[in-house]
Design a protein around this ligand. Sequence first.
Ligand code: NDP
Length: 462
Amino acid sequence: MAYDYDLFVIGGGSGGVRAARRVGALGKKVGLAEKSRMGGTCVVRGCVPKKLYVYASTFPEAFEDAAGYGWTVGETSFDWSTLRDNKEREITRLEGLYRSGLASNDVETFDTRAVLRGSHEVYLEGEDRTVTAERIIIAVGGYPNPHAALPGREHTITSDEAFDLEKLPKSIVIAGAGYIAIEFAGIFNGLGVDTTILYRGQEILSSFDEDMRRQLHEEYLERGIKIVTGQVFENVQLGENGKKIATLSGGDVMEVDEIMLALGRLPSTDGLGLEVAGVKTDGRGYIQVDEFSRTNVPSIWALGDVTDRVQLTPVAIHEAMCFVATEYQGRPEKPDHAMIPTAVFSHPEIGTVGITENDARECGKAYRMYRARFRSMKYTLAGRESFMVMKLIVEADSDIVVGAHVIGPDAGEMAQILAIPMKMKAKKADFDATMALHPSAAEELVTMYDPSYRIENGERID
Ligand code: NDP
């Protein structure tokens, strides 16, 4: 049977665009539909604008620290609309690059919502017609959890709106303590906003190594960010003065300019026609896939955040590349989700690869732990009370470095480089044999010769 397309991709984010471009480059007929802006979460309302805002928020610290180095910085001021509009220009430029990359690989794009009408049929809403494809990829990503159960949630914002606020609020409370809450708290605090984190648990960043969590908590308090733990919002109301009034589960009431929810993300699968096509989802709506990103329907694949494997841009791109290799290049490749480096772009940053101390305790094997805490040279003349913590987790039997965690300036960059030897299963002996680069902060990673403590059968042994 002849189809209109060899491949049709629903969703123009990192995963979808990569798959479409690569298959287009192989001379196949490819279509792609995107209902919003090309580039998806990462480019439009995620990684890229976030990192630009993180850069913006670091200037006040640099102005302060300059004095220790002999500089006198004149009066400074910040204009939110300049940052927001410049960010917008950059996003528009990147969106253009995504579009030209698709066009130059002969991918036909449709600026419309698309829904499944069958195992080979896609309905293009904006064109009111159905097209057919031999293979279909669903790469529609997700959206911020709107916390439907919270009374007054219509008075709150999520990261989607935070990027484009009309005015910078004077005060904000951010619910959640995962990646997004922590990064935005650093951004708002850096830009001079009175910032509070409200977290249901006891310590921020629950999936990270405990040393990183504790250190960042201290650093945030030091920078003036308030952290309220063990509580959630009971309800939110709009005050007569336009302020947002939040009542917390413990009974406290907070009155702030803005309230932001950063409570995880949900898959954009509602109304996508998954039931019509017979595509299975889990209880939360994420599409279930096998190790080759195949759904239960043989002609339909799913990539990226909508599958909830690991919600990161490079992972979606990798899954797309594996799909292309497997389906179009005769080279079956399963996405490899091991040893993924990740960073939290907080102030200071956290960079991490591999297992945490908690993971080490839970798996019951023996580990050697190497840990260093020191003031970064950058902060000595500035007199800033900010500390770096570096930690290596080494499997005792094999000597392989299975976890690396860094908090401090450039920790994200370090994590990317650390991921290479760790992916190659480098041993601690290889780290020890590596010459230090002096003077740098990262040299500490190759000069921690003696273990700080051990973990055996889940117990710490000093
Ligand atoms: P996360 O899963 O990182 O954090 C969600 C936070 O919300 C956690 O603190 C969680 O608490 C809390 N939470 C969840 N549900 C509730 C609830 N009902 N009531 C109160 N608190 C709740 O999600 P994010 O939204 O921060 O980020 C989504 C994903 O986006 C990340 O997992 C990550 O993969 C990706 N991302 C990556 C970035 C990066 O690489 N730098 C940056 C931003 C996003 P608890 O921990 O107790 O469960």
